[in-house]
Design a protein around this ligand. Sequence first.
Ligand SMILES: *Cc1c(COP(=O)(O)O)cnc(C)c1O
Length: 362
Amino acid sequence: MAHVKLHIPGPVEVSDKTFRAFSSPMIGHRGQGFKDLYAKIQPQLQTLLGTRQLVYLSTSSAWGVMEGAIRNLVTKKVLCCMCGAFSDKWLDVSRRCGKAADGLQAEWGSPISAAAIDAKLATGEFDALTLIHNETSTGVMSPLAEIAALKRKYPDVMFIVDAVSSLSAVPMDFDSLGIDVLLAGTQKAFAMPPGLAVFTCSPATLAKAATVKDRGYYFDFVEFQKNAEGQMTPSTPSIGHVYALASKLEDFFAEGLSARYDRHLNLARLTRGWAAKHGFTLFPEAGFESVTLTCVNNGAKPGGRVVDTGKLQKLVKDQGFLIDGGYGKIKGTTFRLSSMGDETEATMNQLYAALDQAMKQL
Ligand SMILES: *Cc1c(COP(=O)(O)O)cnc(C)c1O
């Protein structure tokens, strides 16, 4: 059957070059070949995340590291900043890990505000907070720098940030933000096959984790640090993913990071333009729209055009493109168009043409 091209917000299309790297001949994960591979990509990862700390490789989806962060760092209570399906879920996951947890709920479509976090942290109840930079379900980007600035006021609170669907599409500067954990899965903006996450930790994170009991083994941050110092991972990684990551990083730096960031912003603007041209409004509050995906309002909020999401999806799929029909409680009343990964103006124009064609039949 013909391949339907993915324009859902993860996983996204994977290039032939990445797949070729992914299927490199196997090597041992304790041998020099692996250490050289990890040593080669380490400085590139550090540049991408804006850090002098070591960047770790986790063979898991993002949730593995998200849950790990809770297990490694929460001893008192965690504040989960919630504004969509992924960030809302983090509260549930924290409680399933047996931790005391409280939610700070923003309306879906709105970002998390630094002032609201400040008011919560002022109670002194919390020793950690979770934040999703780019809430993929609603297409909203929260103001990370403004929120991270609170770290100076609350140095003992561990700031855990999920940049799963934004890392590599927007500039990231872990060290100057002063946050404690930054993580991303690589099947979204990196355009790799699912199954690998990258993350980094502040020195304060490692110091705190070392004092926390029951952090387990697979996601023990102290183990990740100890192993990364020797260019290794705690357990056998998906070595194919590490080759694919090396290939991807080569692509990022060949393009140039700032050209890459500009490309994503441009594609997001074009996609918003497509929506406006057809009379749709956007689901995110103005000024907080994601640059990797566009969440189009289709009845979730008043205003703008409304079409049958299922029909739109089908008409587009018949032309070879998969788009998303909304996630969680806004399924059907929004739809999402991804411009993550390797997409260019030329490839996005093909999607817009298919969408235009579909709209004629709605
Ligand atoms: C996709 C996504 C996740 C979950 O990632 P998995 O790889 O499925 O674990 C978490 N957070 C955000 C923001 C996401 O977009």
